[in-house]
Design a protein around this ligand. Structure first.
Ligand code: PMT
Length: 399
């Protein structure tokens, strides 16, 4: 399990750091929070304690605290994220000042650091802040935001802290350097297949490919060697991913069945057609040719079921289930039918999630009977949750 150290300094946006802590905890990270004294005037430490289930560190000289707590915090962190980062903490970091627990820990750590600045626009554009951030960027510190908009001081302009989900993305990217799936070959499918009716028409579905592409992108960031077999999609191939594009369920089957045996994990996020026309017409069907048109359909190959039959020892097989009601009952039945290690069940009728949305809400079902219900979250975050579970299953099967 990775350790994230979240530093919270005294900006109004400190309240948004609670959501950030919650999201990171939900992703399976051990989150420890260090608050500056000013931050405690804006949000109570008890809130962070409740969200992370960990004590909150406040002072270099806390009663009962370990005497070298800053060194322990600095050493055990895999990533340090400061959100909100005030002009003051940015200045202290740039100049190596260490006069409280957070600044001391930041000086002592060698973990990647992510800063999410938040301040008044004049402070943001002040030459001192500009030059301090330049120094930090040169040292490899990642800076996310700030965004432009209305600021707590009543002015408009740059200075709003980025949204927690954007900061999570940056934390995941920073973690990519000490990656969870380093060198692990994985296969992901994405998008919907198209089954030709005639040269211009096809049977398709609403899948945009976003879920599968997020799975591929996050795996690549975690160090995996990723092959992506994709149905037609408008999305760009994520960096570091090898993509093969297919059109039909049969073509997807061929690519997947050939590639899967060499992979340690296979994730079928694609919306594969369940039926295809018995025969595709060689020429465009003319509207005038008949009053009624009956299409005869036949079942497509069930790729996932075939994969579970040929699964090599130790491979982790993940299916998705797109349901339109009775999510859990149907997903449990699918789990039994398809014999997968994990099933990601999503109700595609929920507004703001499922097909073509940047967000998804899912329940994870495991072969050992465990079920984990997740909140609505960006698809990239859901992908990270899934890969962390896959990685744990790979560890159990002896990586
Ligand atoms: O692409 P997006 O717009 O981001 O939308 C994401 C999504 C809704 C498509 C995705 O989250 C999702 O649910 N993908 C699975 C869609 C699906 O086909 O579900 P299903 O319940 O019909 O199939 C169950 C599993 O069997 C899936 O893993 C599917 O890939 C697989 N399958 C289905 C049919 C078939 N012939 N062969 C298969 O392998």
């Amino acid at each position: 399990m990775n350790n994230i150290l979240l530093g919270v300094t005294g900006g109004i946006a400190a309240y948004k750091a609670v959501d950030l802590a919650r999201r990171l905890t939900l992703l399976g990270f051990r989150v420890k929070v260090v608050m500056s004294e000013n931050a405690t005037r804006l949000v109570g430490p008890a809130t962070f304690r409740a969200v992370t289930s960990n004590p909150v560190a406040l002072s270099l000289f806390a009663d009962g605290g370990a005497p070298m707590e800053h060194i322990d915090l600095a050493r055990e962190a895999d990533v340090v994220v400061v959100a909100p980062a005030t002009a003051n903490i940015i200045a202290k970091m740039a100049h190596g000042l260490a006069d409280d627990l957070l600044s001391t820990t930041l000086l002592a750590t060698r973990a990647p650091v992510v800063l999410a600045p938040a301040m008044n626009r004049e402070m943001w554009s002040h030459p001192a802040t500009v030059s301090n951030l330049e120094t930090l960027r040169e040292r490899g510190v990642r800076v996310v935001g700030p965004e432009s908009g209305s600021l707590a001081c009543g002015e408009e302009g740059p200075g709003r802290m980025s949204e927690p989900e954007t900061i999570v993305e940056e934390v995941l990217a920073a973690l990519g350097t000490n990656s969870l799936l380093a060198g692990v070959p994985v296969l992901v499918t994405a998008g919907g297949t198209r089954e030709a009716i005639d040269p211009v028409r096809f049977i398709g579905n609403r899948s945009s490919g976003k879920m599968g592409y997020a799975m591929a992108a996050v795996a690549a960031r975690m160090g995996a060697r990723v092959q992506l077999v994709s149905g037609p999609s408008a999305l760009e191939c994520p960096g570091g991913v090898e993509r093969v594009t297919v059109e039909t369920a049969e073509e997807m089957r061929e690519e997947v069945v050939e590639r899967a045996p060499a992979c340690r994990a296979v994730v079928m996020a694609a919306a594969v057609a369940d039926f295809m026309p018995v025969k595709a017409h060689g020429e465009k069907i003319k509207r005038g040719s008949a009053e009624k048109l009956v299409l005869e359909l036949v079942r497509t190959p069930d790729i996932l079921a075939e994969l579970s039959g040929i699964k090599p020892q130790g491979q982790v097989l993940v299916g998705f289930a797109a349901e339109t009601g009775e999510l859990l009952q149907r997903a449990r039945a699918k789990m039994r039918e398809k014999k997968v290690d994990m099933l990601v069940a999503n109700d595609v009728t929920h507004p703001g999630s499922g097909f073509d949305s940047d967000y998804n809400r899912a329940v994870l079902l495991f072969a050992d009977g465990r079920e984990v219900e997740l909140d609505l979250m960006p698809k990239a975050e859901l992908a990270a949750v899934i890969w962390r579970e896959v990685s744990a299953l790979l560890d159990i099967s002896g990586r």
